[in-house]
Design a protein around this ligand. Sequence first.
Ligand SMILES: [Zn+2]
Length: 269
Amino acid sequence: MDPEEKKYSVSEKFHAPNADVIIRSSDNMHFHIHRKYLEANTGAFPPSEFETGKDEVVALTESSVTLELLFSFIYPQRYPELEDVPFEIIEPLAEAAEKYEVFSAMYICHLRMKDFIPTNPTEVLSYACRHDYPLVISAAAEVAIALPLAESVRLMPPYLVMPWILYVDAWMKVYRNVQEASTHLDYGHTLFFIDQNANDCCGEWAHTVLSPISKRLVVGYSALGNLDALFSVKPTRDCCCNALTDCKEMIEREVKTIPKFKHFISNYK
Ligand SMILES: [Zn+2]
């Protein structure tokens, strides 16, 4: 046996004897596919290497898991359910759908990618920027604002850099408002978080609430991108709990005044 020849398996789902294209996944599974469906339902399939002889096996870089889902979108059949499919499978499927322009899969995958914004904001933002899905970008922006500016701006395509800077500027204004307001607020604990050395009436406020929140706010506006993390402190006294709730609600109200990122995109066009 040719040592170069790797063992392969054949897809249980795609093995029709009259198929005229054989595609091999990165993990050596063969898919027997009908060229007519590839041509009818995709924009970039078959790529140029498919023009080789009929018996040639075309090796792709995607895994068998990705390709089996992807090919399910090119045949005249019900599309696979992707509701409970995890991010680790959806992301490469979404990328493959874009690469080969499998339009039906592109549509479903971009909606599924949006669902993963809370858990994978950077990856979703990067995907949405690269493939130009403004609504996903806008939805991911609210989470991505918690990233350092150097990191978030790097994810943006050139045409979104200016809207992103204006969006960040709106967050910085709110950040300054919050700082300004906090210096004048008195919750029975004297100043909120600006002056840790102020004479507070309640020792717990300074140590349990003021100190950790002030440290988290040092990073700047991006701290407002994740208010749950910012306010993740656990005072025990009622006075501190109530003051903490008031502070958080005040900042939430301020943050809600910031327009959506899509507003900045459309304004800058
Ligand atoms: Zn207190």
